[in-house]
Write a protein that binds this ligand. Structure first.
Ligand code: NAD
Length: 457
């Protein structure tokens, strides 16, 4: 993760030269901006909603393939359990650190609230480079990490899921480890994103990308982009060709969009007449890269982010659209399939340029929504058909999209009337973007439940 130089103040634009790329401070700044539109929420409650309920760091040894022993650092942060048990993925990446996990855990709290599913937010990760580790070592890392977390995860405590560089196989190891430690009861709901034959939900693998498609379709059908009422015939660019980005490219293609450029960590490819995402996936499977795909031209990731298109889908990692490149974006709409791909400075630039950003806590909420469906199926010993899962997901994503768009309209009507008074006693004049609207909606939902329950004891 990249470290910035100074911390921008809440509510003000940041210049590229002073941009802070620490994702924890970025998530806090996003929240502070949204809280300006919620002056009636009490300071003490805000502090409680901001701070993670607990942050765990575990250091553990793992025997490597050559017999040597290496110590790994794992994290699990439970940000909030106001609305239900913690929920959030496990990430394996060399840059995983406490600040990143704290930011991702907070975003999970707001995402579950926007999607209106009964969870708080959590996130975990192990600092390791999965590309350089054998499957055996990754299994040992997973088992030991889960054993170290002990009862800090559990079906009604904190429920992990996949994230970057973890998948259904990793979740099977998580389940198996927890099951060995807690025999004699139904432990399937301890983790979601499991293989389908091990209690995983049909449709979970595709859910984040499918949810993104549903959100984009709904927003377009409600007139978010003048002259473009559907993804059909829209041009689409996808950054990241993993679980989320690869499937998003496929699903947008199936919905009639023209996917003209995609990328992975090695670089991008473009073909203005449209790529066949299935064929690109086969090429990547064979060569480990999207680059070199027959009939397409290689481009850099920087060029890809600036490629002219209707819809740009960042589906790789944080801080990809920043103060130093947001002016170059030539997309009409951005749908954040990744978590935290747009910095606050980029938000300002894109908003001023009239480019709406469907924020991560809405656009990629499909994954956690179907994780919730998996958890419900596990508790009830049920297996829903894929069509049923997808239909339920469509309803949830459309409702969430409507709620965010409606919240933005309501906030901006109140701003226009001078009804929202800032801490300095002066009415707020800045119109709210979609991220602020989504965060306001989420904070209101979490704060309401906190007040209904009352502060313990
Ligand atoms: P993944 O590991 O399957 O795929 C990540 C992809 O990004 C890979 O293709 C990788 O090559 C590419 N990549 C990495 N660095 C890149 C760079 N600098 N430029 C371009 N491409 C790059 O991970 P994933 O599960 O698809 O997750 C992607 C993003 O979506 C993450 O931000 C994650 O937090 C978010 N997300 C995932 C889920 C889920 O269900 N998996 C749910 C919600 C959000």
């Amino acid at each position: 993760m990249q470290e910035g130089r100074t911390l921008a103040s809440a509510g003000t634009a940041t210049s590229p030269a002073t941009e802070d790329l620490n994702v924890y401070r970025m998530s806090t700044l996003q929240l502070d901006r949204a809280l300006r539109y919620l002056p009636s929420i009490k300071r003490g409650l805000i502090d409680f909603l901001k701070r993670p309920a607990r942050s765990i760091i575990v250091e553990f040894p793992v025997e490597m393939e050559d017999g040597s022993v290496q110590t790994f650092t794992g994290y699990r942060v439970l940000h909030s359990r106001v609305r239900g048990p913690g929920k959030g993925g496990i990430r394996y990446h060399p840059d995983v650190n406490l600040d990143e996990v704290r930011a991702l855990a907070a975003w999970m709290t707001w995402k579950c609230a926007v999607a209106d599913i009964p969870y708080g937010g959590a996130k975990g990760g192990v600092a390791c480079d999965p590309k350089k580790l054998s499957e055996t070592v990754l299994r040992r890392i997973t088992r030991r990490y889960i054993a170290e977390l002990g009862d800090n995860i559990g079906p009604f405590e904190d429920i992990p899921a996949p994230d970057m560089y973890t998948d259904a196989k990793t979740m099977a190891w998580v389940y198996d480890t927890y099951q060995m430690m807690h025999p004699g009861r139904n432990n399937l709901p301890v983790v979601t994103g499991k293989p389908v034959d091990l209690g995983g939900s049909l449709g979970r693998r595709e859910a984040t990308a499918r949810g993104c498609l549903f959100a984009v379709q709904r927003a377009l059908s409600r007139g978010l982009l003048p002259g473009l009422s559907s993804v059909k015939d829209a041009t689409v660019v996808v950054q990241g060709f993993g679980n989320v980005g690869g499937i998003a490219a496929q699903l947008f293609h199936e919905a009639g969009a023209r996917v003209i450029a995609v990328s992975d960590s090695t670089g991008g490819i473009v073909n203005e007449s449209g790529l066949d995402p299935n064929a690109v996936a086969r090429h990547k499977e064979k060569t480990k890269s999207v680059q070199g795909f027959p009939g397409a031209r290689n481009i850099t990731n920087a060029e890809l982010l600036a490629w002219p298109c209707d819809i740009l889908i960042p589906a790789a990692m944080e801080c990809q659209l920043r103060g130093d490149n947001a002016e170059k974006v030539r997309a009409r709409l951005i749908a954040e399939a990744a978590n935290g791909p747009t910095t606050p400075a980029a938000d300002d630039i894109l908003f001023a340029r009239g480019i709406p950003v469907l924020p991560d806590i809405l656009a990629n909420a499909g994954g956690v929504t179907v994780s919730y469906f998996e958890w419900v199926q596990n508790i009830e010993n049920q297996r829903w058909d894929e069509a049923e899962v997808n239909e339920k997901l469509r309803v949830k994503m459309e409702r969430a999209t409507d709620a965010v768009l409606d919240k933005q309209r309501q906030l901006n009507e109140r701003v226009a009337k001078g009804e929202i008074i800032g801490a300095d006693g002066i009415p707020i004049r800045e119109q709210a973007d979609l991220r602020i609207a989504a965060l306001v909606l989420a904070v209101e939902r979490v704060a309401n439940v906190a007040l209904e329950r009352g502060i313990w004891p």
